[in-house]
Write a protein that binds this ligand. Structure first.
Ligand code: SME
Length: 162
């Protein structure tokens, strides 16, 4: 089954269009948030072969982001509110698209290979429960197409990961 979920041809738009209903199908009947985040990270990562794809979850005390399920190399475990791209997406409750991470004030370099990044908040009602963080080893990987589709994915999976 895992192999059939990898979409290896077509435009970025085509890939997202195929991926969205697959993510819905995989997560809709599973109540465990960790299992769902793990599969969503794997599906996005294997479709686009990004450098790093994963979730940071808001800690129970609401103080930090804590590393959640991901695909890719080792990553930092805790990110304070307002720090780096992830902490900024959390604080500002808005998607951050960063074409060159070296130009982002306070960027947290988990890996020197990461060159561009997108971070999308996942909201349950008006509460941020997690952020979806994707890193690329190329500059300017993410654009409005990624933003629009990843925001749709975040909205779709919010009930399944909170
Ligand atoms: N670069 C992120 C930290 C997380 S890693 O990229 C996996 C940031 O600045 O928030």
């Amino acid at each position: 089954m895992a192999e059939s979920l990898i979409i290896d041809s077509g435009s970025k738009e085509d890939k997202y269009r195929t991926l969205l209903p697959q993510i819905a199908a995989v997560t809709q009947h599973e109540p465990d948030p960790i299992a769902n985040m793990a599969n969503v990270a794997a599906m996005i990562h294997s479709t686009f072969r990004f450098w790093w794809t994963g979730f940071y979850r808001v800690s129970n005390d609401g103080a930090t982001l804590v590393l959640g399920p991901f695909q890719g190399p080792l990553a930092c475990t805790r990110i304070p509110k307002g720090r780096g791209v992830c902490g900024t997406a959390w604080l500002e409750q808005s998607t951050q698209v960063v074409g060159n991470v070296e130009l982002f004030p306070g960027h947290i370099a988990c890996s020197s290979s990461s060159k561009s990044e997108i971070v999308v908040p996942v909201k349950a009602g008006d509460r941020i429960v997690a952020v979806l963080d994707i890193d690329s080893e190329h500059l300017d990987t993410f654009d409005d197409t990624d933003r629009a589709w990843l925001e749709q994915i975040a909205e779709l999976i919010a009930p399944a990961i909170s």
